[in-house]
Design a protein around this ligand. Structure first.
Ligand code: 3UK
Length: 511
């Protein structure tokens, strides 16, 4: 049972408390241009909070849109918004002007803090919705002029900033979902939610400590990254490595260079890192976390073989803020996501909302200290039923209480009366030595209702020809029940993915 005070500012707990405990000289953030200590981070956060209040005239509850790639200044801006009692509206770096305008309008933003390197799309907005300040990656010089430069304004404030007196259940974050189905939805989270996620998954499953060094790819604008690469490290007084634009090679090199201990990224990244891992010294790593998409067994095995580390799979959602089912160490059961993280409960429901027992595929329902509150009320009842969050995933439980991912509820393929989970076919295909990546969807078909269709990216050196398509079909028939094999195989160079690393099946269906 988690207990928090009624009046609570999460940044006071995460940052000021770390400094007050004597951790001011410890490294908080490692960036491309050097390290910031906890005291150094606090000083910057306080200056930015003063700018928000004094120069922009913001009050508690005002909303601030944030735009930037993962770097120390973006982290400082995010924390300053919360410390000032305002609401952070983080946005993904690749968003274009029109999408930013939509989010800005939906979230009714009152101000914008934007990385100078990403200003083009903000400049392209017809009328910026609110005052905009620009910042550099490490708080240094950049292109923006005096009155629009965050750093220039920060230089005028050197007094400590006392955290705004907020309620534990004041909204502090509006986070937009990745839009795997097309339309991003805004979700609201409280000050206490940001602490609750630190006190569940990382504490119980990862056993995080002050000497941990966190690294990974998810943007801070994605709650996977916000938790794993900012809040979790701060909660234990550890360090986070924030680097922009990480390729698989660059992530491996950064793990080696910074002696990272915990890595967060998506399955597709582990798949790409596995064949390269032998070239790097990864001895510092002790925990590797995969989330965002189902982890295929073939990927789990490839990474374990390459790194000597077992993969910690975990399912999280923007609506629930972070990971709620996972397993580590001896608790890992390959093929299963894991068990509910302490603090959360999970069950499987049938179409009428009644719980089903082991071995039956149904709708995953989750309850815990964090939960869904959509900005857009109309969708709330689709996601929450009697306090249980319906994540939109089809799962199955075994007799020991392990949860097995099957598919997204709306991605289940129904072909000639059979229910086929695309993820299972993908997993079978990934075991073929020629397959680098694949996505399996149901294509409308007069005869069968839907036809299993595989979109396949081959590894270098393999030919995309009818013989290969046939070989892959035969291979799947040998691996899983033959009726699941892809009757259509299409080769492509690249699969459509969101910035969070998720396959966009709706785009495959439309292709
Ligand atoms: C899918 C998974 C199988 C699943 C997220 C960690 O992904 C995150 O949030 P989103 O809102 O998407 C949620 C949906 O993604 N998913 C995520 N992880 C897994 N499916 N196995 C997994 N391990 O469909 C879920 O409903 O973008 C992940 C932490 C914070 C997050 N927001």
């Amino acid at each position: 049972e988690l207990r928090y005070a009624d009046r609570l500012n999460c940044v006071a707990e995460l940052l000021d408390a770390a400094v007050a405990r004597g951790g001011g000289a410890r490294t908080a953030i490692v960036g491309a241009d050097g390290n910031w200590t906890y005291a150094g981070l606090q000083a910057r956060v306080d200056r930015i909070a003063h700018v928000l209040r004094a120069d922009l005239g913001l009050a508690s509850g005002n909303r601030v849109l944030l735009r930037g790639a993962n770097n120390p200044m973006l982290a400082a801006c995010l924390l300053a918004v919360l410390k000032a009692g305002c609401i952070a509206v983080p946005t993904m770096p690749l968003l274009r002007a029109r999408e930013l305008a939509t989010i800005g309008a939906k979230a009714r933003v009152d101000a914008v803090l934007c990385a100078d390197g990403l200003r083009a799309e903000i400049d392209a907005l017809a009328g910026p919705p609110a005052p905009v300040l620009f910042f550099g990656a490490a708080g240094g010089a950049h292109g923006a002029d005096g009155a629009r430069s965050l750093e220039a304004l920060m230089a005028r404030h050197d007094a400590p900033f006392a955290a705004a007196d907020t309620a534990a259940d004041d909204v502090c974050l509006i986070s937009f979902t990745s839009g795997t189905t097309g339309v991003p939805k805004g979700t609201m989270h409280f000050h206490r939610d940001l602490l609750a996620i630190c006190d569940c998954f990382p504490r119980h499953t990862l056993d995080t400590r002050a000497d941990d060094i966190f690294i990974g790819t998810p943007p801070l604008a994605f709650t996977f990254g916000l938790g794993g690469l900012l809040l979790f490290p701060m909660r234990v007084g550890g360090a986070t490595v924030l680097l922009e634009k990480l390729t698989p090679e660059a992530l491996l090199a950064a793990i080696e260079k910074h002696r990272a201990t915990i890595c967060f990224t998506a399955p597709t990244f582990y798949r790409q890192m596995a064949p390269l891992a032998a070239k790097y010294d990864l001895a510092s790593l002790s925990r590797t976390v995969s989330a965002g998409e189902a982890l295929p067994l073939a990927t789990r095995e490839a990474w374990q073989k390459a790194s000597g580390l077992r993969m910690i799979d975990g399912i999280g959602a923007t609506e629930l803020l972070h990971i709620f089912i996972s397993a580590a160490g001896d608790q890992i059961r390959p093929g299963a996501t894991g068990k509910p993280v302490p603090g959360y409960q999970a069950c499987i429901l049938d179409g009428d909302g009644a719980p089903v027992g082991p071995g039956v595929v149904g709708r995953l329902a989750v309850k815990g200290p964090t939960g869904c509150r959509y900005l857009d009320d109309a969708r709330q009842s689709d996601y929450v039923l009697d306090g249980w969050n319906l994540t939109g995933d089809a799962y199955e439980m075994d007799a020991d209480g392990y949860f097995y991912y099957r598919s997204r509820t709306d991605d289940m393929i129904i072909s000639a009366g059979y229910n086929i989970a695309g993820a299972e076919v993908e997993e079978a295909l990934l075991r073929h030595p020629a397959v680098l990546e694949c996505g399996v969807i149901g294509r409308a078909d007069v005869e069968r209702g839907q036809l299993v269709e595989a979109h396949v990216v081959l590894k270098d050196g393999f030919g995309a020809d009818p013989a290969m398509a046939l070989a892959l079909q035969e291979f799947v028939k040998q691996g899983i029940a033959p009726y699941k094999y892809p009757r259509s195989v299409k080769f492509t160079d690249k699969l459509p993915r969101t910035e969070t690393g998720k396959l966009q099946r709706f785009k495959l269906r439309a292709s």
